[in-house]
Design a protein around this ligand. Structure first.
Ligand code: ATP
Ligand code: MG
Length: 143
């Protein structure tokens, strides 16, 4: 499915819709976020966290590859930014496989290309494209 997000409000609305989807699903929910630098991946994660009721600030992790935020009734939003990874090895050492298997987890991944082969077959995908200063096109798969 393809959508144009005209502004930040539209991105927030999409994040709210997806927050409902990920809460409905039982079992781990994995959302891979593709797109160039500055295309809106972290911004989307910030809105998703807000929609899930997470109060902590979601930053674009510079040195931290993985950040956990609890929400709801014992669930966990895991924000992974694989940009600085040389290979999947570092994330495997941080327990990637167990993270992707844990039913309580909603895992959002920036730069998922680096760990593509470890992503479960039911991974949902969003690809962000810059089409204007505040406009983004998103291509969504498997929602
Ligand atoms: N409709 C929109 N949706 C998302 N971001 C938008 C939108 N309009 C403007 N922006 C701006 O675009 C920038 C997107 O930056 P963001 O850090 O989210 O990108 P990113 O994809 O995570 O980049 P990186 O690969 O460097 O992590 C932010 O400054 C945000 O405010
Ligand atoms: Mg980012």
């Amino acid at each position: 499915m393809e959508k144009v997000l005209k502004n930040l409000k539209d991105t927030e609305k999409l994040a709210r819709q997806i927050s409902k989807e990920v809460c409905r699903k039982d079992g781990p929910s994995v959302v891979a976020l593709y797109g160039d630098l500055g295309s809106g991946k972290t911004t989307f994660v910030q809105f998703l966290a807000k929609a899930l009721g997470i109060k902590e600030k979601i930053l674009s992790p510079t040195f931290v590859i993985i950040k956990n935020f609890t929400f709801g009734d014992g669930r966990c939003l895991i924000h992974i930014d694989a940009y600085r990874l040389k290979s999947a090895q570092d994330l495997l050492a941080l327990g990637l496989k167990a993270i992707l298997r844990n039913k309580e987890n909603v895992v959002v991944i920036e730069w998922p290309e680096k760990i593509e082969k470890y992503l479960p077959s039911n991974t949902s995908r969003i690809c962000f494209k810059v089409v204007g200063e505040n406009a983004r096109k998103v291509i969504m798969e498997n929602f």
